[in-house]
Structures are given as structure tokens and as C-alpha cells.
Design a protein around this ligand. Structure first.
Ligand code: HSE
Length: 402
């Protein structure tokens, strides 16, 4: 019988407890032994809850209990989660977590701490919710040279972009409706400005490179500047607009970015709608591998946490290797990345645009959008593109092409 503790009895924590209760037999079969929930750490009491007697308020009760094999940290945020996780690992207790802020900021050092103490540190639920992504990268694809990971990593923004596209509603209207439905937070900044996707692509970039990619080094743009006219143009180009997190290694360097992209409809990522997430991983031998599923939500996220618990129990007494060293990775400057851009300028600046961007740019039109000139550039480095934009008297907006 293995014994676990859950830190934080909020949405994900209570989901973990529910998965352990509901699927107890399947969990035991998968782990090779029964798994018992011994403690729930929370500041609150939960009178009447089925597990009220397991609730404790002092982390030391859990840390000092030699029976506890695994700690599930589902509190979120940096502190006190970081201190609790470190203390657990220092005592040789394995930790699994859904806490993407903490994994993005300190994941590599926690992996190394786990290794030093013969424990494991797993974080499947921190990226892509219930999608079994990290374990596949870390296990089934470990022998691959992964050269790119591209994903729709944020459900809230994908829901907003899908609604804008399918219903022709404006950004503010859709955001308000998403907040009313509980899909978007009251303060939506972390989602709509791309910060959440940035944490997730930082974790994926670290796994891809085996080093620590600092999320603060990743250029990040959100979706708040996308408007419904952009979708009119996108439709005429047979493309969709998606917020992508992307890391890529090519002859120009190692890049990571979060930004809205125009994606051709024949790319499966273009057809991922609503709150769903999808991630494409490209390995040098296997080629493209695509993952699709619920990137958020209580049960999906909790299921991924429990998958980590099972993995840890199956490997009790051993460190599960995670390809993530604390050594800092060096990202290539965004300036060197080369791509095409879709650009909208006022109609009277058409001549100036042709002069600056070249006469072979491809004009794009959209029914119902007047008074402007829109076009797709040739392949340009980000630096060259920025310089050309600066030379224009005015630019209404631009979106990168995937
Ligand atoms: N706010 C996140 C999303 C939750 O919308 O995807 C899951 O990390």
C-alpha cells in the first residue's frame, strides 16, 4: 500500500482525490499496489467532506511522516509551493505537480534535487492538462532528436479565437462571454497576453533542449490586438488564426516564441477549436506526432497528476530521469527568425508599402473590409520586418504566418 498527500484542496487537488476515489481499482492495478490518500494540506477545514479527517494545516506532519511516498502539489504559485516541494525532495519524497509557474521558474533545479535524493519530480499536468505529452516526450520519444514543438497551449484564448472566427463577434464581447461562463478569469491577462502559454512553451523548450529555458527570455505576444477583420482576411487565405507556443531548432538557431499565427487550414492545428489544446512534436526519425485533448479542467488535469503518482509508485526507490538540467539554455535572438508576415496598412499607404516591402508582395482582400491595403510579405527576418514596419507612416496590424 502506497501513501500519498495532496497539497491544496482546490480545483485540481480535489480532482486528484476524486480520481483516486473513483478509479481506485484501476489506479491500484496500474501502480501494482493500492494507493491510499493519507493527508490533504489546506488552510481551510472541510466539514462534511468525505475526506475531512485527512485534512491537516501543517506541512511538517506530511514531511515528517515516513509512510508518505508521494506528494502531489496542486496549490499553484511560487511560494509556499516551492519551499514545500524542496523540503519534500530533500527528504527523499517524490513530488508531482500541476504547477506550471513553479516548473517554468524552478523545474530544472527541482529535477536535480530529486535526482540527488533518489526521488522523482514529475509535472505532466503542467502542460496540456490531461494530454499525456511530457511522459511521451520523456519516454517514447527520448531516442529522437526533437527539432520542433508547436502547440495551442492555452484553452481560454483558443476558445476566444474560435468564437471570434465562427460567430464574427468582437474580442471584447467574446472575452466577456467567456468570463461569464467561467472559461476566462476575471483578470484574464495571464491567458490573453500569452503569459500562461509562455510558461508552458518554456517547459517544453527545456525538455526539448535538456537545459533550462527561462520563460522571461521567450518573446511573448497575446491575442488582444486580433480583431474580426483579421478573420475575414484569414478566411480568404484559407487560414485560421491561433495563438501558438513554438520552439524550434534549425540552421538559424534555437528559437522559442508565443504569438498569434496564421495557419493553413490543411494543418491539423488550424482545426483545433474551443477550449481544446493540441501539440505537434517533430522528431528527426518519427516525423510529426500530434497530441490533442483537454488542456484544462479539474478531471483532465487531475488525471495527469495521478498518472505521475502511478509512475512514481511503479518506480519506488528509483529516480525517474527527466531531460532537464539546471544549466541555462541560450535562445537565439528573435531577430534572426525568418518567416512571412500578413500586414494591414491604410489604403493611402499602398505605394509606400510596395516601396518598402517590395513590389512582389502578395495583396490580400476581404469582403466587407475597406479603406486599407493588406498583403503578405516575402520571407523576412524578424529584424528586417521590424525595420520595414518602422519606415511605414502607419501600420494597422500584422500577424505572423506559420
Ligand atoms: N488558463 C489555462 C488555459 C488553464 O486556459 O489553458 C490551464 O493551464
Amino acid at each position: 500500500m502506497a501513501k500519498v498527500a495532496v497539497l491544496g484542496y482546490g480545483t485540481v487537488g480535489s480532482g486528484v482525490v476524486e480520481v483516486l476515489d473513483t478509479n481506485a481499482a484501476e489506479v491500484a492495478e496500474s501502480a501494482g499496489e493500492k494507493i491510499e490518500l493519507k493527508y490533504i494540506l489546506d488552510l481551510r477545514d472541510f466539514p462534511g467532506d468525505k475526506h475531512e479527517t485527512q485534512v491537516v494545516h501543517d506541512i511538517n506532519i506530511i514531511l515528517d511522516d515516513p509512510e508518505i511516498d508521494v506528494i502531489c502539489e496542486t496549490m499553484g504559485g511560487i511560494e509556499p509551493a516551492f519551499s514545500f516541494e524542496k523540503s519534500a525532495l530533500e527528504r527523499g519524497k517524490s513530488v508531482c505537480t500541476s504547477n506550471k509557474e513553479l516548473v517554468a521558474a524552478h523545474g530544472p533545479e527541482l529535477v536535480e534535487l530529486a535526482k540527488k535524493n533518489g526521488a522523482s519530480y514529475l509535472f505532466e499536468a503542467s502542460v496540456g492538462g490531461g494530454i499525456p505529452l511530457l511522459r511521451t516526450i520523456n519516454d517514447s520519444m527520448k531516442h529522437e532528436k526533437i527539432d520542433s514543438i508547436t502547440g495551442i497551449l492555452n484553452g481560454t484564448t483558443n476558445y476566444i479565437l474560435t468564437k471570434m472566427d465562427k460567430e464574427g463577434a468582437g474580442y471584447e464581447t467574446v472575452l466577456k462571454a467567456a468570463q461569464e461562463k467561467g472559461y476566462a478569469e476575471k483578470n484574464p491577462e495571464a491567458d490573453v497576453e500569452g503569459y500562461d502559454a509562455c510558461r508552458k512553451i518554456a517547459i517544453l523548450s527545456s525538455l526539448m533542449s535538456g537545459m533550462h529555458v527561462n520563460y522571461e527570455d521567450i518573446y511573448t505576444e497575446g491575442i488582444s490586438k486580433i480583431n474580426i477583420d483579421d478573420f475575414e482576411y484569414a478566411r480568404n487565405m484559407n487560414m485560421a488564426i491561433k495563438l501558438l507556443g513554438m520552439c524550434k531548432r534549425n540552421q538559424n538557431g534555437f528559437f522559442s516564441i508565443v504569438a498569434p499565427f496564421l495557419i493553413p487550414l490543411e494543418n491539423p492545428l488550424a482545426n483545433v477549436n474551443g477550449v481544446f489544446n493540441a501539440i505537434n512534436v517533430h522528431g528527426n526519425m518519427v516525423g510529426d506526432v500530434m497530441f490533442y485533448g483537454r488542456g484544462a479542467g479539474k478531471n483532465a488535469t487531475a488525471s495527469a497528476v495521478v498518472a505521475d503518482v502511478i509512475d512514481i509508485i511503479k518506480h519506488k526507490g528509483k529516480h525517474i530521469d527527466v531531460n532537464m538540467k539546471a544549466e541555462k539554455a541560450v535562445l537565439s535572438p528573435k531577430d534572426n527568425a525568418v518567416r512571412m508576415f500578413f500586414v494591414r496598412v491604410p489604403e493611402d499607404l499602398k505605394e509606400q508599402a510596395l516601396e518598402i516591402f517590395g513590389s512582389n508582395i502578395e495583396e490580400v482582400t476581404a469582403e466587407g473590409v475597406h479603406g486599407e491595403f493588406a498583403f503578405v510579405t516575402n520571407n523576412l527576418s524578424e529584424k528586417d520586418f521590424e525595420e520595414k514596419v518602422w519606415k511605414m507612416d502607419s501600420v494597422k496590424g500584422y500577424i505572423r504566418l506559420y
